[in-house]
Design a protein around this ligand. Sequence first.
Ligand code: KE4
Length: 434
Amino acid sequence: MKTERSAGLHDQAKKLIPGGVNSPVRAFKSVGGVPRYFEKGSGAYVWDADGNRYIDYVLSWGPLILGHAHPDVLASLNDAATRGTSFGAPTHLETELAQLVVELVPSVEMVRFVNSGTEATMSALRLARAFTGRDKIVKFAGCYHGHADMLLVQAGSGVATLGLPDSPGVPEGATADTIVIPFNDLEAVEQVFAKWSDRVAAVIVEPIAGNMGLVKGSPEFLHGLQTMCRDHGSLFILDEVMTGFRVAIGGAQAFYGLDPDLTCLGKVIGGGLPVGAYAGKAEVMQTVAPVGPMYQAGTLSGNPLAMSAGLAALRALTEGDLFATISANTAKLVKGVVESGQEFNIPLQTGNAGTMFGVYFLAGAGADIVDFDTAKRYADTERYARYFHAMLERGVYFAPSQFEAGFVSSAHTEEDIDFSLKAIREFMEAERGI
Ligand code: KE4
């Protein structure tokens, strides 16, 4: 496969942009090889600078649930752009998208738009601290909520101990109130509340983790979390930046029947443009300036381009049985992966929920990945890297890291799924016995 132009573009980019990329995962560090520089996307496909076409299962890390350059999204963008790209003043478009989010996401009564998932979670946690008057926040190892200082934190020495910075440049003070515990571990949550009870402002969780590979929160864990937050006057925050409108139209909270105080959204609601949102119960959201005292702002928050693209995407997504079709294709893909793994005795753990999925190659049979520790212990990242490149060579683009999730769009046809499964089966056959 020719990659000269991507390689040349990467050499050029590295001189001007750290690692040649504007987000680390794009540099292919964990899988090796030449990062692909894309030049065009249409439907389920992307083309790189060397003219290679790929079936895209990254979809810009989730946003493009209708595929690339969907006509409805383009039409709405063109229409909005001709009337100006940003006003720094309210428009009816923000109200329309907020109304749609309130209608679709069960727990949400009010919405504030921002420009990224990071901003959404950072603001939601500030809001929880403002609303409760408490400082401690609880997150789970392996869950990623963006790169705000207080969230770049690794677990403390013991369960329920305070977190330690997980990146240079993050001062100890920034993570001193962040507690990191194992995902899917309700006992650890009980220990946190036993120790910090009325000092916990909020617990934030990815209901289905998509940033350690795909690991589902168990219903007992998630409902137990919600109950303990209620019992201790802490806010229950679902980070649905990835799962929102992907696991179900109403997000993971609809899938599990949860009722969080706040929900963080992003990706799909921007239709491919930069959007994030934090949303939830009106009683809590009223704390946000200018109504309440908690400050948060943004020059381009709610801009007409992003609002138009998000509206077009969500309206198209909720038409007919489109969502069910994407989910069925996702399940078909995962079923085929499982069957190939069984046929050639390749140990795997897979997961799918709605229109997102995950595939772990396991270092041995019998492993069960339920949290970040087991993911790091059991995942065979070398085989995943071979898989990634074998697929790339065959024109199928999966996430360039074992610890990410995959996504399907309404543009992926059954033929695309079958083509992908044929490539996957060829890889599994070649890996037999390695
Ligand atoms: P952004 O700031 O990247 O828009 O969103 C941060 C974020 C928050 N919460 C969840 C659950 C997320 O998955 C993300 C971002 N997801 C990654 C994918 N692992 C974005 C890809 C990247 O960082 O380049």
